[in-house]
Write a protein that binds this ligand. Sequence first.
Ligand code: MTE
Length: 322
Amino acid sequence: MSLRDALRIPASAITDETVYRQRRQLLAVFAAAPALTLAGCAEAEPPPPPKTAITPAQARSGFRTDEELTRLDDITSYNNFYEFGTGKSDPSRAAKTLRTRPWSIAVGGECAKRGALSLDNLLKGLSPEERVYRMRCVEGWSMVIPWLGVPLGEVLKKFEPTSKAKYVAFTSLADPKQMPGVRYRSINWPYREGLRMDEAMHPLTLLATGLYGKPLPQQNGAPLRLVVPWKYGFKGIKSIVAIDFVEKMPETAWHDLQPSEYGFFSNVNPNVDHPRWSQKTERRIAGKASKLFAERIPTRIYNGYGDQVASMYAGLDLKKWF
Ligand code: MTE
C-alpha cells in the first residue's frame, strides 16, 4: 500500500515540495503587506465565544463513564502517531526509540511567565487523577479509555496568560533521529494542534500522563499528550514540546494538509459528515470486541459531552465552523 493510500488522500491534495515552498514565499509576501490580508483574517476568525460557566458538579458528571473499557492491548496497538509511520500498528513497534526523559516543554506567547520547563516542573503540585473518557476517531472507530492526567487549565494558569491569549497552540516533537516517520512528508512537521482558550481551560480537557494507572506508553504520546473527549481524536496531540498562547487561531497539522476536511474545532458531530465518509455511527472497540467486529453504535453530538460543553458553542454555526 502506498503512503497516499494509507492516508486516503487524493494525489491532487498532496503538496509537491516546490509548490509548498512557493506557497510559503507567497505567504511571506502577504505577511509583509498586512492591509492585503486583513479581510481574509477577519473572515477566518469565528465570533468570540459566549461567556459560559459550568458548575463543578456538571463537570464531574463527565469525568467517568460506566461503558465497557477498551482493552489495554487494543489501546496500545491500534494507534495513529504518524511520526512513527502511517499504519495503525507502526507506532507500537517503532515508538520504542522515543526517549521521554529528560523532557522539557517551551511555554511562550501571550503570557507573563514564559519559559522552558522540565516535565516535573510543569506538573509541580498537580497529581494525575483518573478520568474514563469515550474517544471518537474521525475515521469512525471509538474506544473507552481510563486516562491519567491533570486538567490542562490548571497547568496553563501557572503561566499567567494575558488578555491577548485567545487560543493555545501545541507542538509535538519532530526529531527524525527518534521518529522514523518524520523523514517522510506525510504531514508538514511538526504536528501542531490548537484549542480556543475556553476549550483549553475547560475542566474536561486533560493533559494526559498515563493510562490504565501507568505512565503513557510511547505510542500513545508519552510523556504528555492532550485529551479532549468531545473532539475527534486527532486533536489529541502527542509528545508535546511547545505550548504557545496566541491571539489568532493557530494553524493545525491536519488543516494545513487538507483544509476542506479538517476544521479547527473538530467537535464530534454526527450531523456534519467528513467530505469522504459519514460521521453518523462509530465502531466501538471495547471489551472483547475486536477491531473488525466491533459493535456499530450511533455517534453522539459532542461525543456525548454536550451537557458539559455545548454552551461554549451557542450561536456558532457548526457546519461552517466544523
Ligand atoms: N499526535 C501526533 N504528534 N502525531 C499524530 O500522528 N495522531 C492523532 C492524535 N495525535 C497524531 C497525534 C490522531 S489522528 C489520533 S486518532 C490520536 O492521536 C490517536 O491517539 P491514540 O493512538 O492514543 O489512540
